[in-house]
Design a protein around this ligand. Structure first.
Ligand SMILES: [Zn+2]
Length: 88
């Protein structure tokens, strides 16, 4: 059993960044994090890529991107984005 598998990962620090998407009103909350005790990075799960419709994760799972708008705003951009299937 590795040292990180014995860590309860209860002291996790997340980094949040609010990014804009082109010239639309869409923003993305970018999330990454790591355990303060064992320094292991958080690995997010989900479809890989970037989409205005749903949350996605980077290829290595270290970053998640959650699309958002504010209040009652409707997304004023096109449904652009991409997802990738990872073959393992
Ligand atoms: Zn840990």
């Amino acid at each position: 059993m590795s040292a990180s598998s014995q860590c309860p990962h209860v002291d996790v620090r997340f980094h949040l960044n609010l990014a804009a998407f082109g010239d639309t009103n869409l923003r993305y909350l970018e999330i990454s994090g790591h355990c303060q005790t064992c320094d292991q990075p958080v690995r997010f799960r989900g479809p890989h890529g970037l989409s205005p419709q749903h949350a996605t994760v980077s290829i290595d799972g270290a970053d998640a991107s959650v699309p958002l708008t504010f209040g009652e705003e409707a997304y004023d951009g096109k449904a652009r984005g991409y997802t990738m299937k990872v073959l393992r």
